[in-house]
Design a protein around this ligand. Structure first.
Ligand SMILES: Cc1cc2nc3c(=O)[nH]c(=O)nc-3n(C[C@H](O)[C@H](O)[C@H](O)COP(=O)(O)O)c2cc1C
Length: 204
């Protein structure tokens, strides 16, 4: 099983990274799992423009940026663990930009719009049956501060046709806070065990 950890904090060595590593390191102890980690900020990913050029022309105004590289990592994965801090009560900026660009891959069906389907289109058929999980941290206390970050990803898992494997939520703020939090570490371990037990469903 291939597990992708997508680190979407804008601090490379912050609490999101620590909590995501706690999940990935435990998952990697399973002999059947191959773990790949990507840090989204390492890549240049342009905004979506809702131009639908991908469906009409089979190309994108952003062609040449790194979206395809990250999408390839998603395509290779059986489970994707998204690590995002709470930014203004929702997902981080780089993750939102990435999600918006995913629309080019799943929403516009090239055949329906009279265009060609090369890389783009029919995303849901290609990706259905996988598992998704969320790791998040927040500075304020209480689950409700993170509910739109975690909920955003959970709704997306439903939309992609993925099984929702759950989340681990920890304290943010100063570096190291999540690692010192026993409850966050327990959530990370429990989430890792759910990921290890996951069996990918064949795409319909
Ligand atoms: C732009 C921005 C917006 C934030 N908004 C919130 C928020 O709405 N609620 C909250 O609890 N923390 C908020 N925080 C705090 C972060 O969630 C917290 O510092 C977290 O630890 C950042 O993740 P990191 O440790 O991986 O860098 C915000 C931080 C930034 C930079």
């Amino acid at each position: 099983m291939n597990v992708l950890g997508l680190m979407c904090s804008h601090r490379r060595d912050g609490n999101t990274n620590d909590l995501l590593d706690a999940v990935l390191n435990r998952v990697a102890e399973s002999p059947d799992v191959n773990v790949v980690k990507e840090t989204l900020l390492d890549y240049k990913i342009g905004y979506v423009y809702d131009c639908k050029a991908c469906s009409k022309e089979g190309s994108c105004v952003n062609d040449g940026d790194d979206m395809q590289h990250v999408m390839n990592r998603v395509y290779e994965a059986d489970v994707v663990v998204f690590g995002s801090p709470v930014y203004f009560y929702t997902v981080s900026t780089c993750l939102k930009v990435f999600l918006d660009r995913m629309s080019c891959y799943y929403y516009w069906k090239a055949d329906e719009l009279g265009g060609v389907d090369k890389l783009y289109g029919n995303f849901r058929e290609k990706l259905a049956g996988r598992g998704g999980a969320v790791v998040s941290v927040q500075e304020e206390t209480g689950y409700d501060r993170a509910q739109h970050c975690i909920g955003c990803m959970e709704f997306n898992f439903g939309f992609f046709g993925w099984e929702n494997l759950g989340y681990a939520l920890g304290p943010g703020g100063s570096r190291g806070n999540a690692l010192k939090d026993a409850d966050a570490m327990k959530q990370a371990a429990d989430l890792a065990d759910k990921i290890i037990a996951f069996k990918r469903q064949p795409a319909a």
